[in-house]
Design a protein around this ligand. Structure first.
Ligand SMILES: NC(=O)c1ccc[n+]([C@@H]2O[C@H](COP(=O)([O-])OP(=O)(O)OC[C@H]3O[C@@H](n4cnc5c(N)ncnc54)[C@H](OP(=O)(O)O)[C@@H]3O)[C@@H](O)[C@H]2O)c1
Length: 356
């Protein structure tokens, strides 16, 4: 534990050495989070590593042997299995846990919150565990919520174009290695058929991801739907965040050969007429949303808002009750680390105001 300041809250970051953890460390600094003591934790694999934060050297601790006392807020980005074991233990020791994994999102006692969309859900945190939504859900919620409030949302159909960093460091390494192999062997061979390139065996994404699209993220759910768990997350999490338990929603998740920032093609059907002009008017006032002509992944990478554009009347819906649009958002930033830090700010102002 390293003391950063005389006042503030005691913060622990579990998964501090991962991709989301790295962005988390940066965002805590950028937003001038009121940190008193700061701890970085991970597995035995990277325990002992020293990470610098605001000029202080902080040694990474192995969570398995760490003393959990004295932590006010713990931000987790270390996977669902780790969270399942450690979130209740941190909470038992007195910390509010903000978790980035899917482990707790659908638990009744656990609020699932996008900071700009449903912060009121943080009023009741009975188990001291708060969940951060999945990065696809997170990206579209700041756009969908104001449209739902204005026009009454009936149905969502989403296709995602998800970056490899959403699959952790291992996803990034796979794209790097495959792209290198393609360039070395003459990428023009890809024009005439992927078999012409001798790619390394896929190590994380289930098929070659360089210069490819792979419509399989997560595992097929054992409920007869033939959807993946990633595809079901968008429906289930949207219903919980929007407080629309009957919302009709369906999603097809596709991994693409992009390093960071997910894209989502959205077709939304409403109770009332919703023209593109009316939607643009609503979205021009929305928090965490930026209207652009062409929202690309590269535009969104490293930035905060959900970029929305290509807003059209959905021609497959009668009258003017359907909109089609495209959203891009940085999956590591607002999709994970930034929203978690925003939730930590809300928890700090509610429960530790006397220390700020
Ligand atoms: N990537 C995204 O776009 C994204 C978006 C939303 C949510 N998330 C969630 O955020 C989490 C991390 O994602 P990531 O992309 O940062 O993955 P990552 O780069 O692979 O990093 C994983 C982190 O978890 C730590 N960890 C792994 N197993 C552990 C264990 N048994 N005990 C303690 N620490 C352990 C690792 O520590 P070591 O260095 O010791 O291995 C590392 O710090 C996942 O739950 C993921 O679902 C990711």
């Amino acid at each position: 534990m390293v003391q950063i300041s005389e006042r503030g809250v005691n913060v622990a970051v579990l998964g501090a050495t991962g991709q989301v953890g790295m962005v988390m460390r940066r965002v805590l600094d950028e937003r001038d989070f009121p940190v008193k003591d700061l701890r970085f934790l991970a597995s035995a694999h990277s325990a002992g590593q020293v990470l610098s934060w605001r000029g202080h050297d902080i040694t990474v601790e192995d969570v398995a042997t760490a003393d959990l006392s004295g932590i006010d807020i713990a931000i987790f980005s270390a996977g669902g299995g780790t969270s399942k074991v450690w979130a209740p233990r941190f909470a038992e020791a007195g910390a509010y846990v903000i978790d980035n994994s899917s482990q707790w999102r659908m638990h009744d006692n656990v609020p699932l919150v996008v900071a700009e969309v449903n912060p009121q859900d943080l009023d009741d945190v009975p188990d001291r565990i708060i969940a951060n939504p999945n990065c696809t859900t997170m990206a579209i919620m700041p756009v969908v919520k104001p449209l739902a409030d204005a026009f009454g949302l009936k149905r969502l159909i989403v296709s995602s174009y998800q970056a490899v960093s959403g699959a952790g460091r291992a996803g990034v390494e796979q794209l790097m290695n495959e792209a290198k192999a393609a360039v070395e062997q003459g990428a023009d061979k890809l024009v005439f058929g992927g078999d012409a390139i001798d790619f390394p065996e896929p190590t994380k994404v289930v098929r070659t991801i360089a210069f490819n699209e792979v419509p399989m993220i997560g595992a097929i759910v054992d409920d007869g739907s033939e959807e993946t768990d990633e595809e079901q997350k968008l429906r289930n999490e949207s219903r919980k965040i929007l407080h629309l338990p009957e919302l009709k929603a369906s999603c097809t998740c596709v991994r693409v050969g992009v390093f960071t920032a997910h894209g989502m093609s959205v077709n939304a059907e409403f109770e009332q007429d919703a023209t593109p002009d009316a939607a643009r008017e609503v979205l021009s006032k929305a928090q965490a949303v930026e209207l652009v002509d062409i929202p690309t992944a590269q535009l969104a990478a490293g930035k905060t808002p959900s970029f929305v554009g290509r807003i059209r009347q959905d021609q497959a819906v009668d009258g003017k009750k359907g909109l089609a649009f495209f959203v891009t958002n940085d999956n590591l930033r607002k999709g994970a680390a930034l929203n978690a830090v925003q939730l930590a700010e809300l928890v700090a102002s509610k429960h530790f105001a006397d220390r700020l």
